[in-house]
Design a protein around this ligand. Structure first.
Ligand code: SF4
Length: 367
């Protein structure tokens, strides 16, 4: 993997900066302000993605703030410029989902992913603007999806990996009925400055336990574990070099005002005396394809690519990880050309080691 692709596989869109929750680990800087994306921004993105979606599968991921806080009418206006070949996904805290939103998702063929951290006692970080627990509303929203027979994914943040947690979480998500599950160990990024350092043994044991729970009942696509197993399988059959794409996906995040941040949505809305506001252009003035073609001209991106080169040269996990995320480097190191972060330790190195530990503990005994 070298350099950045000029055609992305998906675009992240921010229909509003507003969120109706105030989760204690949230990284978003403007979540109390309702800055809505004008339709002109969606029109500019829709025209840019038309050739890409005609050539193959292409997704738009509506992310926030809380995207449903934009309201159905405005959301529908933002969807209208896109052709039917574009797949739409929404990442939501689920608290606003009701019958009308379920109809909306079905009508517009939107794939829903909900953020929930497990059973009620594991959701103490997910609170409303008054600091009150949000779990009941989250669960009501998910139950509305289930009532409508709408498939959904789930995204779970783990604050502190501890023995027994992975088994408890997996059982919860099996009961919840999601068909895809992503598990993120909490990250220090954006306005969330909480320490995310855990012992390597704790983190590795968490992932190993999660693999075990999944293997006993693999009804859910478990994103991180399935990806790791694909990599391990490729190493064993000598095709590991084909696992990562040839070039990094630029992952353009289009903010409410049309400004574009590449590689890490978490950098949107921040600025730094050295790097400026991290944007590479604005779709209202420059076509997205042109912004992507000039990506490596953005100084912080050049520095990040040096960091990826350093990872390639130094890190035995590079073939699996590909150099991880720009935002983790920036928020942990204050720059982009460092290598290992706590995010790597928790969610790349610990993950792969956990999968391997599980395999070692369950290898068939020789006869
Ligand atoms: S695990 Fe960390 S240090 Fe290793 S390649 Fe990934 S980002 Fe780089």
């Amino acid at each position: 993997m070298r350099g950045i692709a000029t055609v992305p596989t998906y675009v992240v869109m921010q229909p509003t900066t507003l969120c109706n929750l105030d989760c204690s680990y949230c990284y978003l800087p403007m979540r109390r302000e309702d800055r809505r994306m004008p339709v002109e921004v969606a029109e500019a993105v829709a025209s840019a993605v038309r050739p890409w979606s005609a050539a193959g599968r292409f997704s738009v991921v509506w992310h926030g703030g809380e995207p449903l806080a934009a309201g159905r009418e405005h959301f529908a206006a933002l969807l209208r410029p896109f052709g039917p070949e574009v797949e739409h996904h929404v990442q939501t805290n689920a608290t606003l989902i009701d019958e009308a939103w379920c109809d909306f998702f079905a009508t517009h063929d939107i794939r829903v992913s909900v953020s929930v951290d497990g059973p009620v006692a594991r959701n103490t970080d997910r609170v409303n603007l008054a600091g009150k627990p949000a779990y009941d509303r989250i669960r009501r929203g998910i139950d509305a999806l289930r009532g409508h027979g709408l498939p959904f994914s789930a995204l779970c943040v783990v604050g502190r990996p501890s023995p027994g947690l992975a088994t408890e979480l997996y059982a919860y998500f099996l009961e919840l009925g999601c068909d895809v599950l992503g598990v993120n160990v909490e990250e220090l990024e954006g306005v969330n400055t909480r320490d995310n350092r855990h012992s390597a043994a704790e983190v590795t044991a968490f992932w190993a336990e999660l693999v075990g729970a999944w293997r006993r009942d693999p009804r859910i696509h478990l994103r991180e574990v399935e990806w790791s197993l694909r990599y391990v399988g490729a190493v064993l059959d000598g095709t590991a070099d084909d696992v990562l794409p040839r070039r990094l996906d630029p992952i353009p995040t289009v903010a409410h005002d049309g400004s574009v941040v590449l590689l890490s949505p978490e950098l949107a809305g921040f600025s730094d005396p050295r790097y400026g506001d991290f944007t590479s252009g604005n779709v209202l003035t420059t076509p997205l394809a042109e912004i992507l073609a000039g990506a490596v001209g953005t100084p912080w991106i050049r520095e990040f690519l040096d960091g990826v080169d350093a990872c390639r040269a130094q890190c035995p996990y590079f073939g699996f990880c590909g150099g991880a995320h720009a935002a983790n480097r920036y928020f942990e190191h204050g720059r982009f050309d460092g290598t290992v972060t706590d995010h790597c330790r928790n969610s790349k190195i610990g993950l792969l080691e956990g999968v391997l530990d599980h395999a070692r503990d369950h290898e068939p005994t020789a006869v």
